[in-house]
Design a protein around this ligand. Structure first.
Ligand SMILES: *Cc1c(COP(=O)(O)O)cnc(C)c1O
Length: 464
């Protein structure tokens, strides 16, 4: 492709994206294809000869689009949203155009310095402790792994000595995200040494049970190493009592990591901010979920950056530079050497929306969740399985006959098969509930009203 062809084709691609987002409500939210449907249409070998661009675009429409689930559809209410926005998309295009590899300051000083500033901006936007140092990681999973590896290094110096015979223990609640299970496996700590602490009636970690578990472990010869609190669990957005957990972490001198992957974006609203973050050791939230910055972009903060760098710094001759110590070389702040220039899209998003714009949209989303929760709560045939938190509503259809779990599972399947909305489910104390997140970038009140009508009419049809 020549530069002239690039200019022409890229304009077509931009028009394609604009058309796509303008018309997104005409697509079925959840892809309706069966396994193999897409793969079977792709040749087994790459072409010998060059193909023309227009053929690629028509295959995108014909082959790929039926197999896309439309995460930017306003009625995408599944999992947690993975939002984009126009400024974020433009910045991604520019990032690809620059094609810079941002492993150290020297490989693109602007990338390192903008990243440092964007992490400062996010701190001030969210009211996070001023003394923290931030770095962009690809995902919350990687950020949490970095936290566990740092905690491990603090206790064992295993980077140099290899894995110790000591049995390290990590604590989290029974509601914690699976990325913590993965992190303890990768870190060589082992699933058996991940202690899942019981929760209270709000599904938040019970700090007394945590203290009890640590005490038991100490007397059994284990080495308590880290506790992971969650602000906004994936199932129900439960908020662990970070304050009380931090007191225990300090008492036993263990690392305290806080996972606010989704809910962290809500802290742009001062009244939603949690207490107790000041002394924690590390923190993660994902702008790529609810902050209009397309995947991937995870904001990871630490109280003591030397401990982080101690864990990941490695210095071969070919990476030695004259600026070390005066600038941030972010390859020493995480696992990969190579790094994308992710700060650019945050810069574009935060300047285009403005802090006010971001607060307004997040606050609207919470209002939509509140509205829906009120409809459900006052409807004779529906109930909330747990009180609404932020913009997450977990509910079920009530039935006098049959198994409510089976009924609600078919309710979910039928809603998703309609193509008009996409919800997922969770189970609370054995009860199956539909889980609706009101957080898509382009969500308006009318979309929530429509999905509520769809839920009611689908449920009514199940009764017949
Ligand atoms: C989504 C989520 C994660 C995982 O995020 P990734 O960036 O996909 O790794 C971790 N913790 C919580 C609470 C989440 O909601």
């Amino acid at each position: 492709m020549t530069s002239e062809e690039f200019r022409k084709n890229a304009h077509k691609a931009v028009d394609w994206v604009a058309d796509y987002l303008e018309n997104i409500e005409h697509y079925p939210v959840k892809s309706q294809v069966a396994p193999g449907d897409i793969g079977n249409q792709i040749p087994s070998y790459p072409p010998e000869d060059s193909e023309v661009f227009d053929n690629l675009m028509s295959d995108l429409d014909q082959i790929i689009m039926p197999g896309i689930t439309h995460w930017q559809h306003p009625n995408f209410h599944a999992y947690f949203s993975g939002n984009n926005s126009y400024p974020s998309i433009i910045a991604e295009l520019l990032t690809a155009g620059l094609g810079a590899q941002c492993m150290i300051w020297e490989t693109s000083p602007a990338a390192a310095e903008l990243e440092e500033k964007m992490m400062e901006w996010l701190k001030s936007l969210m009211g996070l402790p001023k003394q923290w140092h931030g770095v962009i990681q690809d995902t919350a999973s990687t950020s949490t792994l970095a936290a566990i590896l740092t905690a491990r290094e603090q206790k064992t110096k295993s980077n140099q000595l290899g894995m110790s015979a000591e049995r390290l223990r990590i604590y989290c609640s029974t509601q914690t995200h699976s990325s913590i299970d993965k992190a303890v496996r990768i870190a060589g700590i082992g699933s058996n040494n991940l202690v899942k602490v019981d929760v209270d009636e709000h599904l938040a970690m019970n700090p007394e049970k945590l203290a009890h578990a640590i005490k038991n472990d100490l007397s059994a010869g284990y080495v308590p190493t880290a506790v992971v609190s969650t602000l906004g669990t994936t199932s129900t957005l439960a908020m662990d009592p970070v304050d009380a957990i931090d007191n225990i972490a300090k008492q036993y001198q263990i690392w305290h990591h806080v996972d606010a992957a989704y809910a962290g974006s809500a802290f742009v609203l001062p009244h939603e901010r949690p207490a107790g973050l000041t002394h924690i050791d590390s923190y993660v939230f994902n702008p790529h979920k609810w902050l209009f910055t397309n995947f991937d972009c995870s904001a990871y903060y630490v109280k003591d950056k030397d401990k982080l760098i101690d864990t990941f710094e490695i210095l071969p001759e070919y990476l030695k530079t004259g600026t070390r110590g005066r600038v941030n070389d972010y390859r020493d702040w995480g696992i990969p050497l190579g790094r994308r220039f992710r700060a650019l899209k945050l810069w574009f998003v935060l300047r285009t929306f403005g802090a006010k714009g971001i607060r307004a949209r997040i606050s609207d989303h919470i209002d939509h969740g509140k509205w829906l929760a009120e409809q459900i709560d006052s409807h004779i045939s529906f109930e909330l399985l747990i009180p609404r938190t932020l913009n997450l509503v977990v509910f079920r259809y009530k039935t006098s006959q049959g198994d409510p779990n089976v009924l609600n599972q078919s309710l979910l399947e039928q809603i998703n098969a309609s193509g008009r909305a996409y919800l997922t489910h969770t189970k609370i104390n054995g009860n199956y509930g539909l889980r609706l997140v009101a957080g898509q970038t382009y969500l308006k009140r009318k979309h929530i009203e429509n999905v509520w009508k769809l839920i009611c009419s689908t449920a009514a049809s199940l009764d017949q």
